[in-house]
Design a protein around this ligand. Structure first.
Ligand SMILES: Cc1cc2nc3c(=O)[nH]c(=O)nc-3n(C[C@H](O)[C@H](O)[C@H](O)COP(=O)(O)OP(=O)(O)OC[C@H]3O[C@@H](n4cnc5c(N)ncnc54)[C@H](O)[C@@H]3O)c2cc1C
Length: 414
């Protein structure tokens, strides 16, 4: 009898898994179904460029079905509840799907309502996110007409997806107002719950230095308690005033996980950090932003994890030990404005390293350095994402396991 793998979520992680599994599994034994509640697929890294008029929504939205390979069933449907004890997923439209193996790839979204006063005191009037297309577009409009004075770039709480994105929006905001010739009328604060600019020490130092150079004031260890009109207030009663708040609100996994009893307190799925098997059920696996792993919530991570998870699903099917181990590998461009960007590459154990990427000596990208080529790499990602990564086409030099050739461990982190 045919068996079924069901993938819930056809974003970055779910789509790449569908592609990889469709190439790996025997079609005589397995059917693959992938479902998503949204017919659109979003290239989320592109949201960063929308507020500054560099991209529009046309650059970041395509129909998801286009990327699902032939032979994989694609369903436009919302998963309402996973009934793990019965190996079934209930859909919002009351249908039920039985599975033998379930892959959770439902990502994470922003929840501004989690912060007291954020929705009530000027949401999309003088408070904007850039983690949604609508938010990024509304912010673009606001920035065009903004004449000063105080801008606060804000992170409500960790973890967030793409943890460098708030730094990028800060650098880009400085660049944008400088280009317009009005930077002297704008004060920028960077307000974060972290003790520095980033969670990894050396990157934090490099980014902190860049914030200082750009005259962006860092407000660290700021645990946001509430938002008042024009003011952020912390648990220890400090406050930051703003005329424009660019926030990254609390990130949470989909409510499906809460309804299914499969999520932690932020609805992330407790997952084995090496094998990607869910901690609660042997036949449920999770990858991408939906997990509770300490790796970054990033598209690059979802891509690396998909390679490991494909191997482990094959082992699971064959009744073998899950051997493939995810090392936490992540890499990320950090757009710095003025036509330059950084690139960082790290894993569970290593702080971002220095050197070249993806090839030793040849690069062409430089790690932990602000270069023009890195910026061109960041811009090229849009094409690489849609036409190469999402289609599961291997990229020479880009591997799930973090390689060390051409890299050196910075002294500060060894
Ligand atoms: C502003 C911004 C900048 C970023 N920059 C970078 C970057 O430079 N580099 C990088 O690597 N990453 C970056 N990212 C992060 C990257 O986009 C995500 O990490 C990546 O998309 C995660 O993939 P995913 O499949 O886990 O989640 P997603 O791609 O978000 O997909 C989740 C899918 O699940 C679906 N879904 C959820 N719940 C249900 C349900 N109940 N039923 C059916 N379907 C459901 C959703 O509709 C969605 O399609 C950025 C993100 C943002 C917001």
């Amino acid at each position: 009898m045919m068996k079924k793998i069901l993938i819930v979520g056809a974003g970055t992680a779910g789509t790449i898994m569908a592609v990889r599994l469709s190439r790996t599994l025997s079609r005589k034994e397995w059917t693959i179904t992938v479902l998503d509640k949204d017919e659109n697929h979003y290239y989320q890294p592109g949201y960063l460029f929308i507020p500054f008029g560099i991209y529009t929504k046309r650059d970041v939205i395509r129909k998801g079905a286009r990327y699902i390979p032939a032979g994989v069933e694609y369903m436009l449907a919302e998963a309402e509840q996973i009934v793990a004890d019965r190996n079934r997923v209930k859909l919002k439209d009351a249908r039920e799907i039985a599975y033998d193996i379930l892959i959770i790839a439902t990502g994470t979204t922003i929840h501004p309502e989690e912060t007291d006063g954020m929705m009530e005191n000027g949401w999309r009037e003088n408070i904007f996110d850039f983690y949604t297309v609508d938010g990024a577009e509304a912010l673009a409009k606001k920035l065009r007409d903004f004449h000063g004075r105080k801008v606060a770039i804000h992170v409500a709480e960790m973890p967030i997806k793409c943890p460098v994105a708030p730094l990028e929006i800060a650098f880009m905001t400085d660049w944008y107002f400088t280009q317009k010739g009005v930077r002297q009328n704008v004060d920028i604060d960077f307000v974060t719950p972290l003790s520095g600019a980033f969670s990894k020490p050396l990157t934090s130092k490099v980014m902190g230095h860049m914030l200082g150079e750009r005259k962006i004031n860092m407000v660290a260890d700021f645990g946001t308690e509430r938002v008042e009109s024009g003011k952020l207030v912390s648990y220890d009663n400090r406050s930051v005033e703003y005329d424009l708040l660019i926030t990254t609100p609390t990130n949470m996994g989909d409510a499906l996980l809460e309804r299914s009893g499969l999520g932690d307190d932020l609805n992330f799925v407790p997952t084995d950090k090496f094998t990607l098997q869910s901690e609660a059920h042997d036949n449920i696996f999770a990858l991408g932003d939906a997990t509770n792993l300490p790796s970054s919530k990033a598209g690059s991570v979802a891509h690396f994890q998909s390679e490991i998870l494909t191997d482990n699903i094959l082992s699971y099917i064959r009744g073998k030990e899950l051997k493939a181990a995810f090392d936490g590998h992540s890499n990320c461009f950090i757009e710095a404005g003025y036509g330059k960007a950084f690139l960082i590459d790290f894993n569970y154990d290593l702080d971002p390293v220095e050197g070249t990427y993806p090839f030793p000596v040849l690069g062409p990208f430089s790690l932990l350095k602000n270069t023009r080529l890195n910026h061109l790499g960041k811009l090229s990602m849009k094409y690489v994402y849609w036409d190469i990564l999402l289609r599961g086409i291997p990229v020479p030099g880009i591997t799930s396991k973090m390689g060390m050739a051409g890299k050196k461990i910075p002294r500060e982190s060894s």
